[in-house]
Design a protein around this ligand. Structure first.
Ligand SMILES: [Zn+2]
Length: 117
């Protein structure tokens, strides 16, 4: 068996562990491509105080608009872990490598939008 389409898009999107593409859905009628991303780690550093190996409290569903793939509108979807930290006592959402905190767009999409202004 060769490299699966999920592994192919994991590299195409520049994702690194613990993130990878779990599912790709192409909707030709709506001209949309949707990527389901997954974070495999169950213990992560606290985004607030950087304490290592903290437990995942829960996961919140989020989505981001990404650069088009040819004529397809591309969207990323992920359940982003919130980390419950025993060191600082805060529960903080993990930063995702492809977007700024709180943004609904991926960083490459924001860069393109800015260049078109
Ligand atoms: Zn902490």
């Amino acid at each position: 068996m060769g490299v699966g389409i999920e592994a192919l898009f994991t590299s195409a999107l520049g994702l690194q562990a613990p993130w990878s593409v779990e599912k790709v859905e192409l909707d030709t009628a709506r001209r949309r491509i949707d990527f389901e991303l997954t974070c495999e780690a169950t213990r992560l550093p606290c985004p607030h105080c950087q304490a290592a190996g903290q437990g995942v409290h829960d996961r919140l569903k989020r989505q981001w608009r990404h650069l088009d793939f040819f004529q397809y509108e591309a969207w990323l979807h992920a359940d982003v872990p919130r980390i419950a930290c025993t060191a600082c006592g805060k529960t903080t959402q993990m930063d995702v490598p492809w977007a700024r905190e709180g943004s609904g767009f991926t960083a490459p999409f924001e860069a393109l939008a800015l260049s078109l202004c």
